[in-house]
Design a protein around this ligand. Structure first.
Ligand code: COA
Length: 194
């Protein structure tokens, strides 16, 4: 089955006001291991930080997704410090088969930088690219129902709650209650005030 709608062109790297957003590379493993070991970063869905092996598996999957789909998540590097502070971008929500084919916008940042708007800033850049360069008609976001901070990011972006969903259990966690947010190209590209 088709997992995501066709795209017009691949997702480029971009610069925002405060962040460099670039495709993951194999050399990012060390920076990601330190970030992902923090329990807050993976509280949802695992309630704990990731082991080095799990981070390696995550990065391998990211590199495959970029190669296979022409898009993926960006590593987020703070201009002010040149530090890796998180990731954000586009991915295929294979964990929720009922919405496929689909593209999800997602985010995950170091707790040291929460509350500054980095997730919203990078997700806005991802939506800009999704609806222009990639030519998508719709993008979703699927935070866990208990993840209020993440839901606030989706709402700040102007995404609409479509319905509540249950993410099926997998080998690493049980089933999860989540919120399905969506936004269309028309809504995202509408001039402010319409
Ligand atoms: C989800 C997550 C990225 C949200 O982080 P965040 O810092 O709350 O989100 P943003 O970076 O968009 O920042 C928004 C907050 O900064 C404030 N802010 C300050 N300056 C801002 C600016 N220039 N622009 C936007 N918001 C700004 C906002 O008011 C908002 O605070 P509020 O939610 O208390 O009103 C973060 O909690 C996280 O990484 N969690 C762990 C991983 C995770 O759960 N990811 C999601 C999986 S679905």
């Amino acid at each position: 089955m088709l997992q995501h709608p066709p795209i017009d062109a691949p997702l480029p790297d971009v610069q925002t006001k405060r962040l460099t957003l670039r495709r993951f590379a194999a050399e990012d493993l060390g920076a990601l291991e330190a970030l992902f070991a923090k329990p807050e970063v993976w509280q949802f869905p695992y309630g704990r930080g990731l082991t080095r092996e799990e981070t390696g598996t995550f990065l391998d999957a990211q590199l495959r997704e970029w190669d296979g789909c022409g898009f993926g998540c960006w590593l987020a590097i703070e201009h002010a410090t040149d530090r890796v502070v998180g990731y954000a971008g586009l991915s295929v929500p294979t964990f929720l088969p009922e919405v496929l084919p689909a593209v999800e916008v997602g985010w995950r940042f170091d707790p040291n930088v929460w509350g500054r708007g980095y997730a919203s800033e990078s997700a806005a850049a991802a939506l800009d690219q999704a609806f222009t360069t990639l030519g998508l008609d719709e993008v979703c976001s699927i935070p866990e129902a208990q993840n209020e901070r993440s839901s606030r990011v989706a709402e700040r972006l102007g995404m609409r709650l479509a319905r509540l969903v249950t993410i099926p259990a997998n080998e690493r966690r049980g089933a999860l209650d989540a919120r399905l947010y969506t936004i269309s190209r028309t809504t995202w590209l509408a001039p402010v005030g319409e």
